[in-house]
Design a binder for this molecule. Structure first.
Ligand code: IPT
Length: 930
């Protein structure tokens, strides 16, 4: 205990100067090579994270720590207008919407931020981030039209000052401001200009950037009215064909174009995963964008473009919970096949990011390079390309197959004029692979002449250089270093041959496991050189401390390190018990607050052991309770629907206008109730409804279920599509009696709003809800009921207008009037509820999901509420059966509620709890569980 307190005090002492430093502003500038901060060049190695897809702010830190630990020095953050604004003039930045808390975390973790507040963001989210209420505002969205301008200024007047406060220039983390998003077609340069004027007026003084679509081929804002300072490009070379993960380069070479001579090359969104457009499941998307793709495309881009600003999309995709999904391209999970899974697990893609990220952020000459002649390969099947730092002469050579699709295994030699002489360098490209080899590099106190192994990273600890190089398992490796006289070489581990010819020390080896070589003397400081494989290199973690960077090997994740006197204090995770080895200027080791006995090794490191997680078990979900929601139930909350005009360019088939948005009901299910006097001879109810893809609607007449139909995705204005989402329902004989009052009830699922990538109101302002209804000649008077919007904590996208949602049946604390669940449910709306306890060890992180049984032929959809939070929509037959529920939404006592809309009577598929991982973290991931 005493030790712990002392360590914490020391940590406090260390934290103090860093905090003081934060109070000071820095200068952000750029030239054609890179961004600079206080004149120092920065390679911005960042990627995308969506706070709105993780409704548990405690876990934002978990994801950001994982991003930083992979060597990223930045994150790219969209800010989602619609997520913060349920209605005109209403904005919420509290709780799960507290973006200031998010920005503070990035500051604490030392991550730069590219802030991307839109107003339009795309991102496969409802409306592309535009609030649904904007559909009722006159004026084309994403233009300089007056109505839209007034609306977006509301948003920017709220978000810009927050971002401004957190700029690097004021001691914060925001290093660049991304205006709009892929504004490429139907463009209005005045709008682009006005957005930037607004940003400047609101205090934004960091560089303004833009992410151009299609590698800059369309409007790219590099010059003329509306031009930005640093135009970047978005590139998704693998496209989104996850069903065919072996495809290669569907959308081109993936080399980021230079768009301005006075600004760095910026890969604003570079593909790091994929949406699952064809329902293949995200594991296939992860394969499509796996480590071999990353090696070939990312490295080709680094050398091919000289980009020094990167934003990989996505690093962690998360969950489009509630009504966040855009309906046409995605479902609830936005896992994206990313390096960090939806349930926050690390993948082999994460390892590849780490290998490249450590290199990019360690080897400083990369921040300033010009393209240069490349050493020629003896075999033309191998392709080389080079860049050189004009100040240091350091050369970077890309080596890959000339034909990127081939899986051939080619060995050849490069005839390489390095800054330190000419050499014949053996290289091998086996299958889909690419390498960046370095020559003429001052590696700490050493001189690297060349190596055909790649550099992971290096640190200098107490005057000794510690370097990690790597290559694919089984491949030959050579590293040449320069010395004044013969150094002493000691191979501590592995098989490494060495020779010295009077100036060069040459090491030859086969990459396997982790070889270790100590080099001393020769007129240079000592060096420990470790030669690993892809796998063993990925076991290292490089962490910055006040005493300089340190290396750690072993843990599944090392989140942070601090040096406090003789102590190295780590925060680390273990997925199984194992070794921890540290290369740091310390003699004692503390991990997650506990002293770890450690011994000194011949490598000069410390080695100790850490425990793994204990096994956990999750309870079964049983004793389901039930409650039915009859059609158009209850008399309160209805709004008369009698409008005859709409701001949407899409006009309805019948009047009144029944679009849900017109009545303030923007998200989720809506009930309609139509009253008419029966003529008695009506035969058919004819309905048109627009729901977005995968949506449907159900129809009752006088409480009698007539059936259901799929909703339409859109009614085009030109050419006219008069019949979207058509359903004709036969009226049973005798159901209508001439002259008597009749009631039509329709439940429509609004799957979310179209995006607006094309800046076209006929796309964005597509209606949701009923588009037209006729029952013979009857004159129908309508009422509509949607969400009550009273849940400020969970926000406007959590619930829709089901009676049970309005009455709070999805909330955990309503216990009355539920009965045991029947074996089958009727067509219509049924509610199910069960409770469970989670007893998970406080020092373990166990991501939990709800899993639905595989019963693709069932005819229903289920909205999954956990403790009141809408964690998504299950549809039998759709690819998603696991619904990840983050800690924070989950607690110790939990209530699962399913709102089920069945189009035919039937039984619910079994639902169970599953653990999607088990990580020992040493400390509680989230306080609620601790
Ligand atoms: C690009 C968008 O900028 C981004 O928001 C996201 O939608 C991404 O695509 C796909 O996930 S748009 C580009 C692929 C045309």
């Amino acid at each position: 205990m005493r030790i712990l307190v002392a360590v914490l005090m020391l940590l406090g002492l260390i934290a103090a100067p860093a905090a003081a430093d934060q109070a000071r502003g820095h200068t952000v500038a750029y030239d054609k090579y890179s961004l600079t901060v206080d004149g120092r060049r920065v390679v911005l190695w960042s990627g995308e994270f969506h706070y709105f897809r993780l409704p548990s702010p405690e876990l934002w830190r978990d994801v950001l720590e994982k991003i930083r630990a992979a060597g990223f020095n930045g994150v790219s953050l969209y800010f989602h207008w619609g997520y913060h604004s349920p209605a005109p003039g209403v904005y919420d930045f509290s709780g799960i919407r507290d973006v200031e808390r998010l920005l503070r975390m990035t500051e604490e973790l030392g991550l730069y931020v590219v802030a991307r507040p839109g107003p339009y963001i795309n991102a496969e989210t409802t409306g592309g981030g535009l609030p649904a209420w904007l559909k009722t505002v006159e004026g084309r969205a994403r233009s300089s039209d007056a109505g839209y301008t007034a609306a977006y200024r509301e948003w920017l007047s709220r978000i810009n000052p927050i971002l401004a406060r957190h700029q690097v220039t004021r001691g914060g983390s925001v290093i660049a401001y991304n205006v709009e998003n892929e504004y490429a077609v139907n463009v209005d340069p005045l709008y682009m200009e006005q957005l930037q004027q607004k940003a400047r007026a609101d205090g934004i003084d960091v560089p303004i950037v833009h992410n151009n679509c299609c590698n800059g081929d369309l409007a790219n804002w590099s010059s003329g009215q509306g031009a930005v300072q640093i135009p970047g490009v978005d590139d998704y070379p693998q496209a989104f064909n996850c069903q065919d993960p072996g495809t290669w380069g569907t959308w081109g070479e993936g080399v980021t174009r230079r768009l301005r001579d006075d600004a760095p090359v910026y890969a604003a969104e570079y593909q790091a995963g994929a949406i699952d457009l064809n329902n293949a499941g995200y594991e296939k998307c992860r394969e499509l964008t796996g480590p071999d793709y990353m090696k070939v495309y990312y490295k080709s881009n680094i050398i091919g473009s000289g980009a020094t600003m990167y934003g990989y999309y996505m690093l962690h995709g998360g969950t489009s919970w509630g009504w966040l999904p855009q309906p046409n391209d995605v479902y609830t999970s936005y896992d994206y096949g990313a390096a960090i899974t939806e349930s926050r697990g690390l993948t082999t893609k994460y390892d590849e990011f780490k290998r490249q990220g450590y290199f990019l952020t360690t080897v400083k000459p990369l921040a300033k390079t010009d393209s240069s002649p490349a050493p020629g390969p003896a075999d033309p099947a191998v392709f080389t390309q080079a860049r050189t730092n004009p100040d240091t002469g350091t050369q970077f050579v890309l080596v890959r197959h000339a034909d990127r699709r081939t899986s051939a295994d080619v060995s050849t030699v490069l005839d390489w004029s390095t800054p330190d002489g000419s050499y014949s360098v053996p290289v091998r490209v086996n299958g889909r692979d690419a390498k960046i080899l370095v020559a003429g590099y001052d590696l700490g106190g050493q001189r690297l002449v060349w190596s055909n192994s790649e550099i992971l990273t290096h640190v200098t600890v107490q005057g000794r250089d510690v370097a990690v190089l790597y290559g694919r398992e089984g491949e030959q490796g050579s590293t040449v270093l320069r010395y004044n006289s013969a150094p002493q070489v000691r191979v501590l581990e592995g098989a490494v041959r060495s020779s010295f010819d009077g100036k060069d020390l040459r090491l030859d080896y086969t990459h396997s496991g982790l070889a270790r070589v100590l080099v001393e003397g020769g007129g240079r400081p000592p060096m420990l050189l470790m030669l690993g494989t892809d796998q063993t290199a990925a076991q290292f973690w490089r962490l910055d401390t006040a005493a300089g960077p340190v290396l750690v090997r072993g843990p599944s994740l090392t989140r942070s390190a601090a040096v406090a006197g003789d102590w190295l204090v780590l925060k680390a995770d273990m997925d199984q018990a194992g070794e921890v080895e540290t290369f740091a200027p310390t003699r004692r080791l503390v991990v997650d607050g506990k002293l770890v006995p450690a011994r000194r090794t011949p490598s000069g490191s410390l080695v100790g052991r850490l425990p793994g997680p204990r096994p956990v078990s999750l309870s079964a979900l049983s004793s389901w309770q039930y409650r039915a929601e009859p059609p158009a139930f209850g008399d309160s909350g209805w709004t008369v629907a009698d409008k005859t005009t709409t701001a949407s360019p899409i006009k309805p088939k019948t009047l009144p206008v029944l679009y849900a948005d017109e009545y303030g009901y923007h998200y989720g299910n809506v009930w309609y109730r139509g009253a008419f006097t029966a003529g008695g001879d009506e035969k058919t109810v004819s309905v048109n409804a627009i729901t977005g893809k995968r949506g449907n609607y159900l129809v009752w007449l006088n409480g009698h279920y007539l059936g259901s139909a799929l909703g339409g995705t859109q009614a085009d204005s030109e050419p006219v599509n008069p019949d979207p989402g058509r359903g004709d329902f036969t009226i049973p004989e005798g159901l209508l009696v001439k002259g008597s009052a009749a009631t039509l009830s329709v439940l429509v699922t609004n799957m979310g709003h179209n995006d607006n990538w094309t800046a076209d109101d006929t796309r964005f302002k597509q209606p949701r809800g009923l588009f037209g209804v006729t029952v013979g000649d009857a004159k129908i008077s309508w009422q509509i009921r949607g969400a009550s919007n009273s849940d400020v904590e969970r926000g406007p996208m959590n619930t829709g207008g089901l009676y049970g949602e309005r009455a709070g049946w999805h909330l955990p604390d309503r216990h009355s009037r539920w009965s045991p669940a029947p074996a089958t449910m009727p067509a219509g709306v049924s509610w199910y509820r069960s409770t469970f306890r989670l007893d998970l060890p406080a020092d373990q992180d166990v991501p939990v999901a709800l899993r639905f049984g595989d019963q693709p032929d069932r005819k229903y959809r289920a909205f999954v509420f956990v403790n009141g939070w809408n964690m998504g929509q299950y549809m039998p037959g759709a690819p998603q059966r696991d619904f990840v529920v983050p800690a924070g939404v989950l607690g110790r006592s939990n209530t699962v509620t399913l709102a089920v809309i069945a189009t035919e009577p039937g039984a619910l598929a079994p639902v169970s709890l599953v653990a999607l991982g088990n990580h020992w973290t040493g400390t509680a991931a989230v306080d609620q569980l601790g």
